[in-house]
Each structure stands twice: as C-alpha cells, then as structure tokens.
Design a protein. Structure first.
Length: 227
C-alpha cells in the first residue's frame, strides 16, 4: 500500500493523486491514507514506503508458444499511445523477469495517466490496484471533473536501469517523467508544467512479484531529483 497525496493547483481546486503519480500539482495538502498502488510517481522528494496492495488479481502477461511447445520469452513492450498522450522513450531490450517488471511499470504509468486526462477511472485500475484503490481514484477523478480540470498533452516516460534482485523477490528501476509537452488548465486559466508542479522527476522504484505470473506490483518509490 502506498500513501497518496491529494494536491491542489495554485489558483483552482484541481486535485491529483501522488501515488506513482505522474500528476501532482503544487501546493500540497496533507497526505491521504488511501490504499493505492501508484502508476505515476510522487512529486515530493520523499520516499513512499509500501507493502503490496491486496486488490483484484491482475491478468498475467500473455506468452506465445514456440514450435517446440515451450513458452516464448516475454520482451519489454513499447506501450506508447500517442492518442492517449503517453510516450515511452528508449524502451530497453529486456526479456524474462526484467521485461515483466518493465512492462508492469509501463502499465501503471499508462493507466494512471489515462485516469488523470479523462477525469474518469480507467477500466484497468481495478485490475491493477484493487477495489479500494479504484474507489480512491474515483474520488480524485470526481473532484477534478467538478472543478473542470483539464490535463492533457503528452507525457514522456523513460524506464531504465531495471535490475532483478539475486533472490528474484524484488526488482528496481529508474523512472523519469517529462511533462514539457503536457498541458494544464482550468476555468481560471492555463499553467505551465512548472507552475503546475510538474518538473522533470527521477525516481527509483522497487517492485515485487504480484499474484499473477508476469505481473509486478509497486513496493517503494524514492525521489532522487530531476532527470
């Protein structure tokens, strides 16, 4: 479980969630205790200690059978979605557990960005986080919708340095979010990424194997500065 932070845009009541928060606007309020496994990373230079969430079991990453009948190795996937406004840069050539960890982080980033840009909870959230997290995100999305927050444009994400622990029970990766091409506005006006509190972020993320084969859950997030 990861503590989350509700934050407010300086000149309007725009709320975002600072879990794996690719979105957290300036002027933060007290941290919420909602049980959310994040998909975009915390903005403050503090770590968010966590234990694996107890939500719905996510679907396993599919495998493809080879001619011998053995499962083919899974590779790191480019989940860039120009229509949604998320681009993954420098997708590494990973296979096996490292690829699974990478793909899980990319899914977190994608589903959270989808929620924030639509002011609706993404259908993938319940699968990734469980019912409690989905409920919390619904509150955030409802607040942003009520305040007519409009977050859009494109976020560029780089996930690198994926390393599996020797015991196979955890993995670490570096996540950098670049919001230079993202847009932030509400009825009071428009905001630059800097004004909205979205400067470049570099974070070390620790993940652990989830209950489904090929899926890893966020365990800890540590902000290390800017990219």
């Amino acid at each position: 479980m990861v503590d989350t932070t509700e934050v407010q845009m300086r000149r309007a009541g725009v709320v975002a969630l600072s879990g794996m928060c690719a979105l957290a606007l300036a002027s933060c309020s007290a941290a919420s205790k909602a049980d959310v496994g994040p998909s975009v990373l915390p903005t403050k230079a503090t770590s968010a200690a966590a234990t694996p969430t107890q939500g719905a079991t996510p679907a396993a990453t599919p495998t493809t059978a080879t001619s011998s009948g053995a499962p083919a190795q899974r590779g790191a996937q480019d989940l860039s979605d120009p229509k949604l406004g998320i681009v993954f840069a420098d997708v590494p050539g990973l296979t096996g557990a490292a690829a699974d960890a990478y793909n899980s982080l990319a899914r977190y980033e994608t589903e959270y960005w989808r929620t924030l840009t639509t002011n609706k909870v993404s259908p993938g959230v319940s699968e990734l986080y469980g019912t409690d997290a989905a409920t919390s995100l619904k509150k955030i999305a409802a607040a942003n919708a009520k305040n007519k927050a409009d977050i859009g444009g494109t976020v560029h994400v780089t996930i690198s340095d994926v390393a599996i622990a020797k015991n196979g029970r955890s993995a670490t990766a570096t996540v950098c979010d670049n919001f230079d091409q993202a847009t932030f506005k509400d009825p009071s006006g428009t905001y630059t990424p800097k004004e909205a509190g979205f400067g470049p972020r570099r974070q070390k993320v620790t993940v652990t194997p989830g209950p489904a084969n090929g899926f890893w859950r966020i365990y800890k997030i540590e902000t290390e500065g800017s990219c």
